[in-house]
Design a protein around this ligand. Structure first.
Ligand SMILES: Nc1ncnc2c1ncn2[C@@H]1O[C@H](COP(=O)(O)OP(=O)(O)OP(=O)(O)O)[C@@H](O)[C@H]1O
Length: 438
């Protein structure tokens, strides 16, 4: 769940005929926020969601997550040693030689079983997992973990969760800006869960955010804000595929009539996975749209009305049939293939052969009218200029601290390096202050 404010562009629009001038969201209820929690929707949508496990979190573990200092249990030794960072003093690690009585404190007190369950679940999921809490993944804390959310040990998960502002938002502010009706659930009633998702290689160009109002799919856009040449020729097929997925899998079954879902279309682009559900609220990042725009989109007239004709059997296993076409007949696909081949990084991610199935030429009377807009990042769009800009930069530390986190020497070594960086910065601050510099 994002907690970004609405973008500035929302007040800039000059299309007065269709674009509202204020953000007219229906009241956001606590129940709506709970409906978007992974633990609420996952059981219903398990067959269409990448393999995940939910671990209910206990009070002692939540206390551990909420505590300011970062203390990691050391699994490597029988007698537990801990690495600690105190935010006030700026001291991160405790040298093993200096270990004192308080090193004997059992960090796992009250959650030994949970710790064991997390370890066992990582193993069950193949040894590599992507963690998140009920709504948010620790995307802003990857600098703590060699720039990845992929975790192989419980400690990596704890470090990411404890370092993430997005996770803190889940823990402390999940019900911010919601209607506080007496009968609605209180924050302390939230059944917090650790979600562990089996990690797999996701092609970022094939992740889409989809906006649903009144059980109609209004619009969708890329989640990744880079430009991908090969997406344009696939645009209508992708809209159609996701529209059908929505109609059959989500439209009538999700608790609320307004929501935002994230989905993934793996190669060979014939099926759709549900990745996440977000609230229909300003806190959800509209990405390539502005909320003003989305709220101003009129009710779609067409798409979604023929879904009764699409029998369950046709989509069993999430397959939706697409016509095959010779890619050489479509200059746009040929060009996309050429560009994709040129780029080794894209080659690794893209199943080029499958592009042929997404060509829009040679189709047998396929009608794309009435489909929602799938907005892509254009080559010259401002979003594409930030290809090499780190995401969530507002949540990041200076470069030298990030470098320290990527030394590859493990968490305790990182702690030592971080402390050295902090010490250097303290010295520079003192020297800067004494020489009268700002
Ligand atoms: N099983 C997985 N394997 C590999 N990567 C994954 C997996 N699940 C999710 N991801 C990646 O992690 C990213 C973040 O996941 P997710 O959408 O659940 O986070 P979030 O905090 O809810 O995001 P947002 O706030 O944007 O809704 C996804 O965009 C995807 O790139």
């Amino acid at each position: 769940m994002d907690s970004h404010p609405p973008s500035d562009s929302e007040s800039d629009s000059d299309d007065e005929t269709t674009t509202p001038q204020t953000l007219a969201f229906p009241p956001v209820t606590r129940q709506h926020i709970l409906n978007c929690s992974y633990h609420s929707w996952y059981p219903k949508y398990k067959p269409i969601t990448p393999k995940s496990r939910l671990i209910p979190l206990t009070s002692p573990f939540l206390d551990y997550l909420r505590a300011d200092s970062i203390i990691l249990p050391d699994d490597d030794v029988d007698q537990q040693q801990q690495t600690e960072w105190d935010s006030d003093s700026g001291i991160f690690s405790k040298d093993e030689d200096e270990a004192s009585d308080d090193d004997d404190v059992d960090i796992l007190s009250g959650w030994h079983d949970l710790h064991a369950t997390i370890g066992a679940t990582i193993a069950e999921l193949g040894g590599k997992v992507m963690p998140k809490l009920n709504w948010s993944a620790p995307k802003d804390a990857t600098w703590m973990n060699a720039n990845t959310m992929e975790c192989r040990t419980p400690n990596e998960i704890y470090l990411l969760l404890k370092s993430s502002d997005f996770v803190t938002h889940d823990l402390e502010h999940a019900f911010d800006d919601t209607e506080a009706l007496a009968e609605q659930r209180k924050a302390e009633d939230i059944p917090f869960h650790l979600v562990l998702r089996k990690s797999f290689q996701m092609n970022p160009s094939m992740e889409f955010r989809c906006f649903v109002r009144g059980r109609k799919l209004l619009a969708l856009c890329q989640r990744d804000l880079n430009h991908f040449d090969f997406l344009a020729p696939m645009q209508h097929k992708l809209s159609s595929l996701i529209q059908q997925f929505f109609d059959v899998r989500l439209r009538d079954s999700f608790e609320d009539e307004n929501f935002v879902f994230d989905c993934y279309v793996p190669a060979p682009y014939t099926r759709v996975w549900l990745v996440d559900v977000n609230p229909w609220a300003p806190r959800t990042d509209p990405l390539l749209f502005s909320w003003m725009e989305i709220l101003g989109i009129p009710e779609p007239m067409g798409g979604g009305e023929d879904e009764e004709d699409l029998s369950r059997e046709e989509v069993e296993g999430e397959f939706v049939r697409l016509k095959m076409a010779d890619p050489t007949k479509d200059p746009r696909v040929a060009e996309a293939l050429r560009l994709a081949r040129e780029d080794a990084a894209k080659d690794a991610l893209l199943d080029i052969a499958s592009l042929s199935s997404m060509s829009e030429d040679d189709e047998v009377e396929e009608d794309f009218s009435g489909l929602p807009e799938l907005r892509l990042v254009g080559k010259n769009d401002p979003e594409a200029w930030s290809f090499n800009t780190p995401k969530y930069s507002a949540h990041k530390l200076p470069r030298d601290v990030v470098d320290a986190s990527q030394s590859g020497e493990g968490l305790r070594e990182f702690a030592r390096e971080w402390e050295a960086v902090l010490e250097k910065r303290r010295r520079e601050d003192v020297e800067g202050g004494s020489s009268g510099e700002e």
